[in-house]
Ligand binder design. Structure first.
Ligand code: SF4
Ligand code: FES
Length: 239
């Protein structure tokens, strides 16, 4: 586009716009479709997204339909473009999201967890309820990740039976804390969230900041102090 073409008729710089579900809005170049959609109150489901982290594009749950594009795009990584027309909740998108959630649920033996385990969120459980998906409803999948309930630290429970490999814990540890204590070993159904030498958190670079617990969308990582406190409260009430 020439400098002349980028000017509006009034001589000012033309503001790029995008149309989302019929609403045309201005955006700042560099914003993703998801960021613009959130700004105008459009709801798009996500699992691997955390606004504090770099876009990852792993779960594909946030896919939307863009007119003129052959297939759906992940809205959390796809940048808005001038004149783009987006539909966030077509029947096709909703059906694809439901299938994706069924696949996630097929891997997880337990979906309902104590709210204190997720502490800040019950994202997966909420999405499964919203899309009426139950574990092993239609699909049965292999399970990745082996729990490390033997980790003796008093702060963080590591129950990877509930892990969906969204890597949010890995990314928050690196991007927000700069600790790089949590990592990933292997791939596919052998994927394992781990720490160095597959050891315990206390022997790693972990500072027990709790960011991984806070971002985990499934409760695979849990706050042991909160769980202990809740158990003590329960015991005191029934005594
Ligand atoms: S432990 Fe939680 S945050 Fe980490 S990859 Fe698994 S589901 Fe995601
Ligand atoms: S939230 Fe966009 S790909 Fe996971």
């Amino acid at each position: 586009m020439s400098a002349q073409e980028s000017l509006a008729p009034n001589g000012r710089e033309a503001v790029p716009t995008i149309t989302i579900d019929g609403q045309t809005v201005a955006f700042t170049p560099g914003e993703t479709i998801y960021e613009v959609a959130r700004r105008i109150g459009a709801w798009i489901p996500t699992l691997c997204y955390d606004p504090r982290l770099e876009p990852f594009g792993g779960c594909r749950l946030c896919m939307v339909s863009v007119e003129g594009m052959a297939g759906p795009v992940a809205s959390c990584t796809f940048q808005a473009a001038d004149g783009m027309v987006v539909h966030t909740a077509t029947a096709e998108m909703e059906s694809l999201r439901r299938i994706l959630l069924e696949m996630v649920a097929s891997e997880n033996p337990r979906i309902q967890v104590d709210p204190l385990r997720g502490y800040a969120s019950q994202e997966l459980a909420d999405l499964l309820a919203r899309y009426r998906v139950a574990p092993h409803q239609r699909l049965a999948g292999a399970h990745s990740g082996r729990s490390r309930l033997d980790d003796p630290n008093p702060f963080i429970l590591r129950d990877y039976d509930l892990c969906i490999s969204c890597y949010r814990c890995v990314r928050v540890c690196a991007e927000q804390e700069g600790d790089y204590a949590i990592s990933v070993a292997h791939r596919g159904f052998r994927t394992q969230i781990t720490v160095e030498f597959d050891g315990f958190l206390r022997d790693s670079a972990c500072t027990f900041c709790g960011q991984c617990v806070q971002t985990c969308p499934t409760g695979a990582l849990a706050d042991r102090k909160a769980l202990r406190f809740a158990l003590e409260e329960k015991g005191a009430r029934s005594a």
